[in-house]
Design a protein around this ligand. Structure first.
Ligand SMILES: Cc1cc2nc3c(=O)[nH]c(=O)nc-3n(C[C@H](O)[C@H](O)[C@H](O)COP(=O)(O)OP(=O)(O)OC[C@H]3O[C@@H](n4cnc5c(N)ncnc54)[C@H](O)[C@@H]3O)c2cc1C
Length: 344
């Protein structure tokens, strides 16, 4: 198996690329990778551009060590292992991969092609699949003194190495999926886990909440973070009950802040696309209001849209197949079954 998580291709990052690709995919997360696979199956010439230095999108950048339970075919799988499988599947058709390149502009040319400009190159393509997730994402910060001083010194917004928290005393702030997923993942690894949340209403999968409640994790509702303590490294936190005001100092080694993300579509907003609530509107073929430009995954919206890996993957398959018919109207959108390519 190749190490595709950090791969880059020599030459892909420099100069202008005058080759015209059939489909250029903006974003190398699960949606973009699956779109690349399907376009390869349809014998399209494909390029993936991602602003990060690795493939995998949010899974690689935010939660590589977290288990995912809701992808078809995998009862549970680590995010980094799922990215490896998406990459292996996509790369069998040898798409061109341009990492550490942020797409700044998208323009439809008179000739029917589309030009994408990045901070490093100009790319020409017949169709585009925008699979740019939530755009640039930043963790939501907490307004508590000295947090910034202790980030990476015991305080963290992301977990990229779960083993670093083994046998540690961990406090988690948050009541959403990330907070509960990390609480569950750490329940049998950390020395202790205390999860605090400002209310008794959670925004997490019910099953995960039940599992955490049944585990060794101590969950305190109506508790908030008041202060962090420590000079070179986190030593303790002060939490308080927001109903009574009662405070308590808790000694700990690590503090995970999982209170959500702020997202920004950035340059994508300027491309003339129909945007609704920070997402790109698409029709049932995943096409945007610009002909030949498709969107899928977290970045797209339509009635009933769910932001899940599973839905993004399905949308990417639809987009790739309709991009094929856009380039070649004589071809069918329904590709037949992939098993038929071997004559089986
Ligand atoms: C902590 C956490 C846990 C989660 N757990 C689950 C789970 O258990 N199950 C589940 O189904 N979903 C889960 N999700 C949601 C899931 O990660 C997303 O639905 C999924 O990543 C969306 O995939 P995507 O490919 O559409 O976008 P992303 O994964 O966001 O990938 C988009 C890529 O596009 C790139 N990009 C953006 N703008 C540009 C640009 N202008 N130029 C070039 N590149 C660009 C980004 O760098 C990124 O790599 C979780 C999310 C988080 C934050």
């Amino acid at each position: 198996m190749t190490d595709t998580l950090n791969m880059t291709r020599p030459g892909a990052l420099k100069g202008s690329d005058t080759d015209i690709y059939d489909l250029t995919i903006i974003g190398g997360g699960p949606t973009g990778l699956y779109g690349a696979f399907y376009a390869g199956l349809r014998q399209m010439k494909i390029k993936i551009i991602d602003s990060l230095g690795q493939l995998g999108g949010q899974l690689s950048a935010l939660y590589p060590e977290k288990y995912i339970y809701d992808v078809g075919g995998f009862p549970r799988i680590l995010a980094k292992d799922l990215v490896q499988k998406f990459s292996d599947q996509a790369l069998q058709y040898a798409p061109e991969i341009c990492l550490e390149e942020k797409v700044q502009t998208l323009e439809r040319n008179g000739s029917g092609t589309i030009t994408l400009t990045t901070d490093k190159a100009v790319h020409k393509t017949r169709t585009v699949l925008i699979a740019a997730g939530v755009g640039a994402f930043l963790p939501r910060k907490m307004d508590v003194a000295r947090i910034d001083d202790l980030v990476s010194k015991g305080i963290q917004y992301f977990v990229t190495d779960l083993s670093a928290l083994t046998n540690r005393r961990v406090v988690i702030v948050g009541g959403g999926d990330s907070a509960f997923d990390w609480a569950l993942a750490l329940s049998d690894k950390a020395q202790s886990v205390l999860q605090i949340h400002r209310s008794d209403r959670f925004r997490a999968h019910e099953d995960t909440v039940s599992k955490v409640m049944a585990s060794s994790v101590e969950v305190r509702c109506f508790y908030e973070l008041k202060a962090v303590h420590g000079e070179d490294h986190l030593e303790a936190v002060t939490v308080f009950d927001n109903r009574s005001g009662e405070e308590q100092v808790i000694e700990c080694d690590n503090l995970l802040l999982n209170i959500g993300f702020l997202t920004n579509l950035g340059p994508i907003k300027e491309w003339g696309l129909e945007i609704l609530k920070n997402a790109i509107q698409v029709d049932s073929t995943m096409q945007t209001n610009i002909p030949g430009v498709y969107a899928a995954g977290d970045i797209c919206t339509y009635h009933g849209k769910l932001k899940l890996i599973a839905t993004g993957v399905g949308e990417a398959g639809t987009a790739a197949n309709f991009a094929k018919t856009f380039i070649d109207p004589a071809s069918k959108a329904f590709p037949g079954h992939s098993s038929e390519r071997d004559g089986t």
